[in-house]
Every structure is written in structure tokens, then in C-alpha cells.
Write a protein that binds this ligand. Structure first.
Ligand SMILES: Cc1cc2nc3c(=O)[nH]c(=O)nc-3n(C[C@H](O)[C@H](O)[C@H](O)COP(=O)(O)OP(=O)(O)OC[C@H]3O[C@@H](n4cnc5c(N)ncnc54)[C@H](O)[C@@H]3O)c2cc1C
Length: 532
């Protein structure tokens, strides 16, 4: 007897509990509620378009003892989705005795290593930063005013840039082979909160992420992989036009049959040694801007109306998009309900804003980046790494504005619009993990971005009441929205330098945790498919 999938099962807020859900599902299938043997929630979201009639919208999978009596168009027999399978391919003759190496223990690298370990390839995973336990200490020390550790920080270390984040897992990437389901299944097995498998916009939260990434590492090791921390790759060993190994700080020269290279978008030194080794790279557009904070209460009330607060309603999020006067896109990015702003710098002398939340999203402020599109022609300068120099220029100005001590510069929206340094805050206190100081942010952005943000703030205030309130808190600069370069790869995902498989966000093929993890899986598949 197949299961039945019902999409778009909308229940009014006041009757959105499990009993009512079962009744309504049974009614759609024309059977009594007692005939429903199993009901799994696959998706749950809030429809707040009509603020007087909020609805919880479910997608459910229903198992019945017998056939349904009628079939509402919202229901259909659910095909059994085959589990994701990693291609079981033998190594090609002559591919050498050495094992595959994965560089970077972010989502892309962790999942590439996990797949290779599951396939019995005993990968070596190299990570420049600490394991998550050591990384916690490095990040805590920086946040209490200590020096930035350039190897272990919010960008670098086990779990990559995604560890100290909100852990949003939404992605636009569709995948016929089920790599997304594989990622979710592994995250759940590693201890992610169960609703990650259910919510339309799932998120893990920093409090869970730190455990999840440590458990993924343990699984890789239990399957025969090896993980080395504080092992920064500093160069490539190339012989006969092929990659045959890596130069690794602390470990020396290592052999590799092939390498999945997933260094994330902050690995500027890695981009430089790839360029110097002749690996084909190209410039890539990204976006820059600032982070904005409002009271979460204000955002939830604006999104849900009088229904807020309600036990069925999570702290509200938002997604805003508009056009700057010069036609560039200006939009919100990486919104963190009930979160904290973090200094996500990985270089001494730079200030970089970003956001994180714990799973409960119960902090007092909502934060999100407001960013403006940057084209490669905006970078100025020569060379393929001109985008890195462009990012660095604004990060340094923000560091100076923050007082040169690692504090994030903070400014009220009113002062930003006036272009004057903030001397005082209004009614909103920043929720920043670590030091911050009052500063001036307009001068820390390219003029087109500053004016694009100013225009966007006004427009967004018409979508969300209070968004452009004068005491909204801005911090900056938000420069690490995605990679400023792409490490080119062919159809088989291999670089023109044989044996090198660039992967994830730093390589320019992903944007976010989920898509990076899925790309890591693809890169591991490609490595095996190429016979390494
Ligand atoms: C604060 C913050 C919040 C975020 N929030 C979200 C969110 O909620 N949802 C979302 O989808 N995305 C979020 N992102 C973005 C997300 O984290 C990235 O898209 C994702 O982590 C990219 O994965 P990756 O594996 O490609 O690279 P990364 O996660 O950057 O991992 C790369 C790893 O490689 C290591 N490395 C770099 N160079 C070397 C080298 N030479 N040798 C050895 N190791 C090296 C680094 O130390 C790092 O651990 C956030 C990012 C930040 C910084």
C-alpha cells in the first residue's frame, strides 16, 4: 500500500495541532481518522499573507491501512524515494597507492570526506584551524578582547564558516539524486534538531552545530578516514602537469592520488598559491553591505500582526529585495531571527560583520545583512585576486572605524544616512558577540553601495513597518557574502590541473551550508568517477 503525500494542507493558527492535522488529512483521503496509521510531517511553514487569518501550511506523508476512498487533488500516491547512493566504482589501474586528500573541514570538505570514507577510500581531511573544541576557545578569547587567531576563528576551523552561524539549510539547488536528503540524514544522525527534517526553512543553530560537526568528524574517522587540524595547506606538488601532493604546514610534503579542494571564501592565501601554480581562476561578482539589527519583537509583529505571540509561530524572518537608483540589486541576506551579530574577520586589521543564532532563536534582536551587488568591474586593480583586495580595503576601513582593536564599528541608521559618526545609540542596543564601538560606516563602503543601502532602507521601511527607524543599529562591513574568485573546473568537476577537484563556496560553486555540502558530495563522486 503506497503512502499518500498531501501538499498545502493549511490549518488556521488556532487549530493547527496534531489532532486537527490527522482529521484533515483523513478527510482529504476520504477515510476516518482511525484509518490513518502513520502521519509524518515533511514540511511546515507559516502563511502570513493575510494577517487576520494566519495559517500553518503542512506537507504530510500519510500511511493508511487500506486504500483511500477518494483522492482530493492535493493528495497523490507518494513514490518511494530511493536512498542516495554513492557510486561504487573501482580505482583505475595505475592511479597510484596514495589516498585522496580533502582540504578544508567546512560543509563541502566534511561531506566530501564522509562520502570518500563511506566508499572505503580512507581520505585524509586537512583543516588549518582547530577542532571545534579548540576553536571554541579561540573564538571566545577573541570575543573577550583577545587577539584574533588568524588560523582558528569564525571563518576557519572545524565546521568551516557555517559553525558559528544560524545554520540555515535552505537552498535553491534541486537534486535528482537525493544529495540534499543525504545531507539532512547525516546532520540528523550527527545530532541536528529533529525539525531540520521537517521545516520548509530549516535551521540548525550554533548550539547544535558545534556538536554536529564534531560527530561528523567522529563518523569519518570511524569509517577509516583521518582528520588533521592545524594543518594548513600552503602549496601544491605538481609532477608531469598533474597534482600529486600537497605542502602542508606541520606535516611537510604529502602524497595524494587526488584532492578535493574546499577552502571556503575566506582562504585568500590559498587562492594566491593556486594562482601562482597556474591553476585557472577567474574573478567572480559578490555583494557588500552592512548588518542591520531591530528588536525581534518588532519584526515578528510586523510579519504576523496581532497573532504574535503564539506558540505555533516561530520568531519571524524576512527577505527583502529592491533596486538601488543605479539599477543594482539591493537585498537582505543571511537573516538571523533572535540572533547575534559576530565579527567574522579572519585577518588582523579587518572588521567583518555576519550573524548567528542558537536553535531557539530567542535573542532580543533580529539581524540581517543589507547588501548591494558588486560587479568585477568595480574591483579596480589588476589580476584575478582584485576582488580580494577590494574586500580587504573596506574591511580595513571598518577596523579603523571600530578603533583598531578588533571592535566592530556600530552606527545608528539616522547617523548612517547623515554620514556622521554615531555619538550615542537610541532605543536599540546592539546584540554583538564580542567588542563593538560607535563608529562611522558610510565611509567604509564603496559610494555606490552606501547610496544603494540608503535607498534600500527607505524602500524596506515600506515593506516592514519600522525597518528604517532612526535607531536601527548598523554594523559592518559585510564583505564575505560569497567568493570573489572561482576555481575553474570542467564538466567532470576536475580542474585543468589533473587531480584537483575544487568544491564548495570558496571555489565558487555554492552559496550556503546546504549547497556547499551537496557540492562536496558531487566533488567526491567526481573524484571516484575519474578513477582516482
Ligand atoms: C557567521 C556566518 C554565518 C553564516 N550563516 C549561514 C547560514 O545560516 N546558512 C547558510 O547556508 N550559510 C551561512 N553562512 C555561509 C556558510 O557558512 C558557507 O556558505 C559555508 O560554510 C561554505 O562551506 P565551504 O565548505 O565551501 O567553506 P567553509 O565553510 O568556509 O570551510 C572551508 C574550510 O577550509 C579551511 N581552509 C581554508 N584554507 C585552508 C588551507 N589552505 N588548508 C587547510 N584548510 C583550509 C577553513 O579553515 C575552513 O574550515 C554563514 C557564514 C558565516 C561566516
Amino acid at each position: 500500500m503506497p503512502d499518500y503525500r498531501i501538499r498545502q494542507l493549511a490549518l488556521p493558527l488556532e487549530a493547527a495541532g496534531p489532532g486537527e492535522l490527522r482529521l484533515r488529512a483523513a478527510r482529504i483521503l476520504g477515510v476516518p481518522a482511525s484509518a490513518v496509521e502513520r502521519l509524518d510531517i515533511e514540511k511546515r511553514s507559516v502563511d502570513a499573507r493575510d494577517k487576520r487569518r494566519l495559517r500553518i501550511v503542512y506537507g504530510v506523508l500519510v500511511g493508511l491501512g487500506g486504500p483511500p476512498r477518494s483522492l482530493d487533488p492535493r493528495a497523490e500516491p507518494a513514490p518511494v524515494l530511493p536512498p542516495y547512493e554513492f557510486p561504487a566504482l573501482p580505482r583505475a589501474a595505475g592511479s597510484g597507492g596514495s589516498r585522496p586528500v580533502v582540504v578544508g573541514a567546512g560543509p563541502a570538505g566534511l561531506f566530501a570526506a564522509l562520502m570518500l570514507a563511506e566508499a572505503g577510500r580512507e581520505p585524509l581531511l586537512l583543516e588549518r584551524g582547530d577542532d571545534v573544541e579548540g576553536r571554541e576557545r579561540a573564538v571566545a578569547s577573541f570575543r573577550s578582547g583577545g587577539a584574533l587567531d588568524p588560523e582558528s576563528n569564525v571563518q576557519f576551523g572545524e565546521g568551516g564558516a557555517g559553525t558559528y552561524s544560524d545554520g540555515k539549510l535552505a537552498t535553491q539547488v534541486r537534486d535528482e539524486r537525493g544529495r540534499n536528503r543525504k545531507v539532512i540524514a547525516e546532520l540528523l544522525e550527527a545530532g541536528a534538531p529533529p525539525d531540520v527534517g521537517v521545516l520548509a526553512k530549516p535551521h540548525v543553530g550554533t548550539d547544535y552545530l558545534v556538536r554536529v560537526v564534531a560527530n561528523l568528524r567522529r563518523k569519518i574517522i570511524s569509517l577509516g578516514g583521518e582528520v588533521r587540524f592545524r594543518s594548513r595547506v600552503g602549496g601544491l606538488r605538481i609532477e608531469g602537469g598533474r597534482l600529486v601532493g600537497l605542502e602542508v604546514e606541520g606535516l611537510g610534503s604529502l602524497e595524494a592520488c587526488a584532492v578535493v579542494f574546499a577552502p571556503g571564501n575566506a582562504a585568500r592565501d590559498s587562492f594566491a598559491f593556486l594562482r601562482d601554480a597556474g591553476v585557472p581562476l577567474e574573478r567572480k561578482p559578490f555583494a557588500v553591505g552592512l548588518r542591520i539589527e531591530h528588536p525581534q519583537e518588532m519584526i515578528s509583529r510586523a510579519q504576523y500582526g496581532e497573532a504574535w505571540p503564539h506558540p505555533e509561530l516561530p520568531p519571524a524572518d524576512y527577505r527583502l529585495a529592491g533596486r538601488a537608483p543605479d539599477g543594482r540589486g539591493v537585498y537582505s541576506f543571511c537573516m538571523c531571527p533572535g540572533g547575534m551579530v559576530v565579527n567574522a574577520s579572519s585577518e588582523e586589521g579587518g572588521a567583518v560583520s555576519n550573524g548567528m543564532s542558537d536553535w531557539a532563536r530567542d535573542g532580543r534582536n533580529a539581524n540581517a545583512a543589507i547588501v548591494v551587488q558588486v560587479d568585477c568591474s568595480d574591483f579596480g586593480g589588476e589580476g584575478v585576486l582584485a576582488g580580494v583586495d577590494f574586500q580587504r580595503r573596506w574591511e580595513r576601513l571598518a577596523w579603523e572605524s571600530g578603533g583598531r582593536g578588533g571592535a566592530l564599528p556600530v552606527q545608528t541608521l539616522a547617523d548612517f544616512l547623515e554620514g556622521r559618526r554615531s555619538a550615542a545609540l537610541g532605543g536599540i542596543q546592539p546584540a554583538v558577540a564580542g567588542p563593538w564601538s560607535l563608529g562611522e560606516l558610510r565611509g567604509c563602503l564603496p559610494p555606490f553601495a552606501a547610496s544603494g543601502i540608503a535607498a534600500g532602507l527607505g524602500a524596506f521601511g515600506r515593506s516592514i513597518r519600522g525597518f528604517d527607524r532612526p535607531d536601527a543599529v548598523l554594523s559592518g562591513v559585510e564583505t564575505r557574502t560569497s567568493s570573489p574568485v572561482r576555481i575553474l573546473r570542467g564538466e567532470n568537476l576536475e580542474s585543468a590541473l589533473g587531480g584537483l577537484f575544487p568544491a564548495g563556496e570558496g571555489a565558487g560553486y555554492a552559496g550556503g551550508i546546504m549547497s556547499a555540502a551537496m557540492d562536496g558530495i558531487r566533488a567526491a563522486e567526481a573524484l571516484v568517477a575519474a578513477g582516482y
